[in-house]
Each structure stands twice: as C-alpha cells, then as structure tokens.
Write a protein that binds this ligand. Structure first.
Ligand SMILES: Cc1cc2nc3c(=O)[nH]c(=O)nc-3n(C[C@H](O)[C@H](O)[C@H](O)COP(=O)(O)O)c2cc1C
Length: 191
C-alpha cells in the first residue's frame, strides 16, 4: 500500500540523502513526457516542503521547458538495496538561472559543478512511499565523471553553435536561455 504525506518526514530525508541517482519527470500539454536520470551531489532538501537540484547542461533542456509551460514535476528515488522502498515527490517547480533573483539564496546550498546551468526550485505538494518489491538489487560502484569532464574540456564555440541549432524543447516549447557555468563566470550577487 502506498502512503502519502503532505511534506517530507525525517525518515524520507534520510532515505533521499543516501541516493546516488534520482529520476525527474515532467509534462506539458501535447508534448512528450520527459523522464531523466540525474546523478552527482546535486539534490538538496531545503525544507520539508521545498527541494532543489542543481542542473547541468546537456543537449536538451526538457525540464526547463515543461516547468515553464506547466510547472508540475515528479521526482523519484528508489533503494537498490535493503529495505525496498520507492519515494516520489510530487510538486511544482521553476528554473532559477544564475542571473535571476533568488539564485544566490539557492546556490549557497550547493557546490557548483562544471556545466551548471540552473537550479530547479520545487515546492513539494505531496510525498508518496511504496514498497519497491520489484526493484532489483544493485550495488553502487562510483560516479561517472564524463559529464563534468566534458564541460571542463568543451569547445565553447561548438557548444553555443549546437545550442543555437536546437532552440527550445524537442516539441518546440520555449526554454529560458541558459549558459553553462565555467569557473569564475558567475554574475555578481543581486542587491
Ligand atoms: C554532455 C551531455 C550530458 C548529458 N547528460 C544527461 C543526463 O545525465 N541525464 C539525462 O537525462 N540526459 C542527459 N543528456 C541528454 C540530454 O541533454 C537530455 O535529453 C536532456 O538533458 C533532457 O532534459 P532534462 O535534462 O531537462 O531532463 C546529456 C547530453 C549531453 C550532450
């Protein structure tokens, strides 16, 4: 049986803090539903009713597009060892970019990683836990450094060219224009 609470409990937060991977799903009318796996030390519980994650640039930016268009988001964590458990956070979110109001308040909770492009700020509306009895046992080996390395080594002109060739989401929804964080390039804190 699934259990629902309005906000995250201490037990939920402890489970989340052990997870090396989480999954995010968003949707918008008439658009493909997006589901993405996310790694790194990039997820924070800011309060029982507020979570955030540090998003690194990829070729697409579906979560940004869907949150602007619709706002709903589901984040899923699951244990791959004992005890079996799945935890879903249902909420509404918005992207916050480095130049935007609120960035510094959010960013202080994270270590900025190469390729950082935005933080998603999520208001938790409900939390569901369920058994997870069908989830396989798997052992965590290590982080995959490929994305961080790619952002450190990237050819900036190629990256910008790629972005301009594919503006918006895969369904043509608008996205906020995001840049990648390169060390020392953050804008000055807002007054
Ligand atoms: C360098 C690079 C790294 C990527 N890493 C991821 C990743 O970790 N997770 C993912 O779902 N997609 C990744 N992708 C694929 C797309 O960027 C993905 O379609 C896009 O990130 C989906 O939007 P979302 O990140 O808002 O979910 C990567 C692409 C590139 C070029």
């Amino acid at each position: 049986m699934a259990d629902f609470t309005d906000t995250l409990t201490d037990k939920h937060i402890a489970m989340i803090q052990r997870q090396p991977v989480f999954f995010v799903a968003t949707a918008a009318p008439d658009a493909r539903i997006n589901l993405s796996p996310k790694g790194y030390d990039a997820f924070r519980v800011l309060a029982p009713d507020r979570v955030a994650w540090l998003d690194l640039a990829g070729s697409g930016n579906e979560t940004n597009a869907h949150l602007l268009a619709d706002g709903r988001i589901t984040i899923m964590f699951c244990n791959f060892e004992q005890p079996a458990l799945i935890l879903r956070i249902y909420g509404r979110g918005k992207p916050v970019l480095p130049a935007e109001h609120g960035w510094y308040d959010l960013a202080q909770h994270f270590t900025l990683l190469p390729g950082t492009r935005q933080i998603f700020d999520i208001a938790v509306e409900s939390v569901q836990t369920s058994c997870g009895w069908g989830v396989p046992f798997m052992e965590y080996e290590r982080e995959r450094h490929t994305l961080l390395k790619a952002h450190k080594d990237v050819d900036e002109e190629k990256w910008v060219g790629k972005r301009q060739a594919h503006p918006g989401s895969i369904d043509g929804l608008p996205t906020t224009r995001t840049d990648r964080y390169i060390e020392g390039t953050m804008p000055a804190p807002e007054k």
